[in-house]
Design a protein around this ligand. Structure first.
Ligand SMILES: Nc1ncnc2c1ncn2[C@@H]1O[C@H](COP(=O)(O)OP(=O)(O)O)[C@@H](O)[C@H]1O
Ligand SMILES: [Mg+2]
Length: 270
């Protein structure tokens, strides 16, 4: 039989799946700005924030909410070759597939888009744009200038460089949505909703306000860190469940296990 904690820890494996999306104050706030921005005559919208702040999740949610209502295409993984990228854009716009040995000419694509002005508006969602080359980003910007294609892109913020300040992004990106780590309140909601959704109500009840404070302190309210941390916590629980079940309470979270997990991840020293 699969142990309870073995199943529980898998909830905290990172996955960008709309079915796992939970409504949080911050996520809902950003989502609403995003949706409203799409109604404005904008060309580019940028979701900007540190890794693990929920950018991909938001993009995924946007796609599934809008795909029945408007022309929208979702590139969840970056297409790094320019040839392949232009081909995908053209195929998505025209509904026709291009043989592999043919190349989409960029000027031709631009003209094609210009010819659709005021007739169509196509949205492309591009995740992980920090991986695209400068040259390709410039082409994306030129395409958006036609006002026929609109791009929503995500970009990782790194510690040492401020990409949007540095690059020539500013001129054409009209809306920047900054994604941040979440507050203790949102972190609590995140954990509760996630656990309850998967049927672990009693586990959700084990987590006290003080635990939330501790978890937030360890993870800074970053989703990815929180997932990693809770995975490790329940991995240790699983070990005890198998080897020494008397040691674990089902009433409250063990402070000792929270600490052990923090040590294992290098958040604190032993
Ligand atoms: N609103 C949300 N609801 C549920 N889970 C979320 C939400 N936002 C983020 N997550 C979780 O956090 C993880 C990291 O989020 P992600 O969108 O991949 O961050 P980013 O793209 O900014 O690096 C996801 O795998 C997902 O499990
Ligand atoms: Mg991402």
């Amino acid at each position: 039989m699969k142990s309870k904690f073995e199943e529980l820890k898998t909830i905290f494996i990172d996955s960008v799946d709309k079915n796992n999306y939970v409504e949080l104050e911050s996520a809902t706030y950003n989502y609403n700005i995003l949706e409203t921005s799409l109604l404005k005559p904008l060309k580019m919208i940028l979701l900007y924030g540190k890794p693990g702040t929920g950018k991909s999740m938001l993009l995924n949610k946007l796609y599934h909410n809008l795909k029945e209502h408007r022309e929208i295409h979702y590139f969840d993984a970056p297409i790094l070759s320019e040839k392949a990228f232009l081909k995908e854009i053209y195929e998505a716009m025209s509904g026709q597939s291009i043989p592999d040995n043919m190349r989409v000419n960029f000027d031709g694509l631009l003209k094609y888009c210009q010819s659709l002005r005021d007739k169509r508006e196509v949205v492309f969602l591009l995740d992980e744009c920090q991986l695209y080359s400068e040259a390709l980003m410039e082409k994306i910007r030129l395409l958006s200038d036609t006002r026929v294609v609109k791009f929503v892109i995500t970009l990782h913020k790194t510690e040492d460089e401020d990409i949007i300040a540095k690059e020539h992004f500013k001129t054409r990106i009209w809306e920047v949505i900054v994604m941040k780590n979440v507050t203790e309140e949102d972190l609590q909601l995140y954990l509760q909703k996630k656990l309850i959704k998967k049927g672990f109500i009693e586990v959700s009840n084990m987590i006290s306000k003080k635990d939330i404070k501790y978890i937030h302190y360890m993870t800074n309210g970053n989703f990815r860190e929180t997932n990693k941390y809770l995975y490790t916590v329940f991995d240790i629980y699983e070990y005890y469940e198998k080897n020494n079940p008397k040691k674990i309470s089902t009433k409250k979270l063990s402070k000792k296990i929270l600490e052990m997990a923090a040590i294992r991840l290098g958040y604190i020293d032993a």
